[in-house]
Design a protein around this ligand. Structure first.
Ligand SMILES: CC(C)(COP(=O)(O)OP(=O)(O)OC[C@H]1O[C@@H](n2cnc3c(N)ncnc32)[C@H](O)[C@@H]1OP(=O)(O)O)[C@@H](O)C(=O)NCCC(=O)NCCS
Length: 162
């Protein structure tokens, strides 16, 4: 399978959506208007480790946060950060265009349903905002992520050069 292509995947949001089921001990942290820097740095660290596995590269913290927080499509209410007693366990950062930009779960928390719960939190938020569908891009060799997205009802709508 080629790794220089990404799949654009979509899920319609009409109808009933399941509520997120958070793994035990995990809660969702809302990113306030004055975000907690330590929380953000931990989230960036989880994202960075996930990026290498997902096949991309992440900018250093300061560049990342500056670009993110100034983006027209950024909304702190769409940055879902899951925490437990050890710190950030996973995150989903989404754009206001109903697009899941980044999803990453800390290796210590994988395969416990956290990725699914974060995606469902995003789906429900977009549905409440009246979005007709939610989109994302994933590298076509990222088998675990594609399996998760398909099991959440997402379908490939386009194959694009990365
Ligand atoms: C993809 C990722 C977010 C999944 O997170 P997770 O919390 O482990 O996923 P969940 O526990 O919610 O798994 C839900 C479903 O995903 C699929 N899945 C998750 N891990 C998988 C694996 N290693 N192999 C195959 N399928 C997998 C399965 O369909 C699973 O369903 P099941 O629970 O019935 O078996 C996580 O592996 C990760 O952070 N990867 C690195 C970053 C990345 O690739 N992000 C996506 C970029 S588009």
């Amino acid at each position: 399978m080629s790794s220089d292509h990404v799949l654009l995947m979509r899920r319609q949001l009409a109808g009933t959506l399941a509520a997120p089921a958070w793994p035990e001990g995990v809660t969702l942290q809302q990113l306030g208007l004055k975000p907690n820097r330590k929380l953000l740095q931990e989230a960036h660290a989880v994202l960075t480790s996930g990026y290498w596995e997902g096949g991309g590269g992440a900018p250093i913290f300061r560049q990342w946060w500056k670009a993110l927080s100034r983006d027209d499509e950024f909304d702190p209410a769409l940055f879902f950060i899951a925490v437990d007693k050890e710190g950030v366990a996973g995150l989903a950062q989404c754009w206001t265009s109903a697009f899941v930009k980044d999803l990453a779960v800390a290796p210590r928390m994988r395969s416990r349903g956290l990725g699914r719960a974060l995606m469902l939190a995003a789906f429900n938020a977009f549905a409440q905002r009246g979005a007709p569908h939610v989109d994302l891009k994933v590298r076509e060799d990222n088998t675990p992520a594609i399996a998760l997205y398909k099991s959440l009802g997402m379908r490939m709508i386009e194959r694009l050069r990365a």
